[in-house]
Design a protein. Sequence first.
Length: 290
Amino acid sequence: MTTTTLALEPLTVTIGARVAGVDLTAQPAPELVAAIRSALLERKMLVFPGQRLTPSSHRAFAAALGELTPAHPVVPGLDAEHPEIYVLDSGDGGKAPVWHTDVTFTRTPPLGSVLRAVSLPPAGGDTCWTDLEAAYLSLSPQLRRLADELEALHDGRDDFEEYLRVRRSGEGNVWEGELVRSLDPVVHPVVRVHPETGRRSLFVNPGFTTRLVDLTETESRALLGVFFAAIGRPEHSVRHRWTPGDVVVWDNRSTAHYAVDDYGDQQRVMHRITIRGDRPVGPGVTASPR
């Protein structure tokens, strides 16, 4: 099977596709896995509607796409049987109404994510994804050349440090082979070269990117404002309205996403699994180990 045999319905010109006729409860053949991975490189975000996954079949499908990470560096998994599943429960702080790329505050952010709708509100609760390659290309050539040379600080402490300290007594999960006891900020290139396609993305996000390295605070704030505006343009994004059984897979190396918080106190529960990635690399330069 090749990507041309997948029934793909593009959702926008550059990002997103709906995939019909695939049952994710069955163990996927290597040809199907290769087709999905290939389609993901081109479309960046894939929707598989009408699935009937359990936590175990969710994990089995995600594991076919690559090596799995723990649920999160700090937050424990669903249960002892499914430590890879990160539960996003709106009643327990599981909302993320800001553009972000998953776990960029670690040295090796995930390659991708597999998100399953478990419990949906009667209305609202959509998720948006944005194309970071298109965001990069929307910048002027002069600004792209500058961005190619920059590095940025990614920091998860505002979101997760108190959780680590209070609810986990200072000990998170084993991430990147080490027990997480602190959330030290990390540096990544502002422009990431995709390790499989070679294409460049604007690899910063308002959720975790706090400043540009070696620039003044004023310069950093101004340039990040320009970059964040490029990321947030609707021309680069797709909005998905969840229905029961939907599974969405996305490439974490070339996208950011936004969970729309428009459903009040209604409950929304999602299960996410992330696939192990590698260290982001800029145009000709590897991010420095800070």
